[in-house]
Design a protein around this ligand. Structure first.
Ligand SMILES: [Zn+2]
Length: 375
């Protein structure tokens, strides 16, 4: 990945370039972002620039030996750590090591570096569980970085979703962060920095990767999907500057999106006081994987926001795709005005319970019940 391939983020690119040029790279850099805003692409471009032996005009050359290896994610001094769990695609019978996941990890990054956590888990074959970075993984990070550099240059560890380290693992890693070794760097990418230990955060240079500039994002979407200018601009706005989210919305088409349909059906059934239909839905959702359940709740928060705004007549700034407008507008006429705030509360506590591994049957039975009585 070269700087020239990055979508937007000109200021961050300038800063990364200066950091490498001046030789003053922080020992640990943490990129934070809402999923899909390109933090991983920034980290990979900075790493390639760092390894490149023939930098030109403020960018890596893309042709030298190290560039080639970083681009294919096979540079021996570039290591990766990411959350894993037991996987249907990797060594079913034994406990898998992170290295066993490398081919799938490469596939995920090379095909779409804008992935969200759920999409990564799907590629790794662990989609029904949350991934974890365990203490043995933290030890292996430290071991890998303690080896001398294969190619005589810098050593880099890229950690995706460090928020998935448990406390024991985080404490182990902290020791390594506190004792920096020469020419050894950590690059981390988090979608949920609030869950990272404060002592780790305080050791990192934090780079907040905001939304991608709307016009730049619209151009990229238009090039990829052959969209008209107006449509591309619409999706860029709807996605809140996330390339990953925009692609997901365009590819799925929200009218066919399972989660969209599921939550709209929950609202409709609650409005109609149709308990049988609600019962069927919560039974179905309780059988889904955790990440899918969580993303249902996140989609539901979005649906509530859109419905609320449509109800106020704020159609243009509700960023609701054309295919959803009529249905949500109709629903907004049937939902009690005081339901929205309560609904947000119900959904956020459902998300919290999913994260805490509460039995999903209880979570969704409770959620549907509350919606039924309050809508
Ligand atoms: Zn190069």
């Amino acid at each position: 990945m070269q700087f020239s391939e990055i979508l937007g983020h000109t200021l961050i690119v300038d800063n990364l370039r200066k950091m490498v040029d001046s030789g003053r790279i922080p020992h640990a850099v943490l990129f934070t972002e809402r999923p899909g805003c390109g933090a991983l692409t920034l980290a990979l471009a900075a790493i390639q620039y760092l390894f490149c032996t023939d930098r030109k005009e403020g960018d890596s050359c893309g042709r030298c030996h190290p560039c080639n290896k970083v681009e294919k994610l096979i540079h021996p001094d570039l290591h990766f750590t990411f959350p894993t769990n037991t996987s249907v695609l990797v060594g079913k019978d034994k406990k898998s090591e992170i290295d066993d996941f490398y081919p799938l990890w490469r596939q995920a990054v090379l095909s779409d570096p804008y992935f969200n956590e759920q999409q990564l888990y799907k590629t790794l074959g662990i989609e029904n569980k949350f991934g974890i970075i365990s203490v043995s993984e933290a030890s292996s990070i430290i071991r890998k970085l303690s080896l001398s550099s294969y190619e005589g240059g810098p050593k880099v560890m890229l950690i995706m979703f460090p928020e998935r380290m448990n406390t024991e693992a985080a404490n182990k890693l902290l020791k390594s962060l506190e004792e920096p070794q020469p020419d050894t760097y950590y690059f981390m990418i988090s979608h949920n920095p609030g869950k990272i230990l404060a002592t780790i955060l305080s050791r990192c240079r934090i780079i907040e990767t905001g939304p991608i500039e709307e016009s730049r994002l619209a151009d990229a979407l238009s090039a990829r999907f052959g969209l008209q200018k107006e449509d591309a601009a619409f999706w860029a706005r709807c996605s809140g500057g996330s390339y990953g989210k925009a692609v997901e919305m365009i590819e799925e088409g929200n009218e066919n999106n399972d989660k969209y349909i599921t939550f709209v059906t929950i609202l409709e059934s609650a409005v109609k006081k149709d308990l049988v239909s609600l019962f069927e839905i919560w039974e179905k959702v309780a059988g889904w994987g955790k990440e899918d359940q969580k993303s249902l709740c996140i989609e539901a928060l979005e649906i509530l926001r859109k419905t609320y705004m449509l109800g106020l007549g704020l159609d243009d700034i509700s960023y609701t795709p054309r295919g959803e407008r009529e249905k949500l507008k109709e629903l907004s006429g049937k939902i009690r005005k005081d339901f929205y705030m309560k609904g947000y509360g119900f959904l956020n506590s459902a998300i919290e319970h999913i994260e805490r591994n509460v039995n999903p049957k209880f979570i969704f039975c409770d959620l549907c019940n509350r919606i039924y009585y309050n809508v």
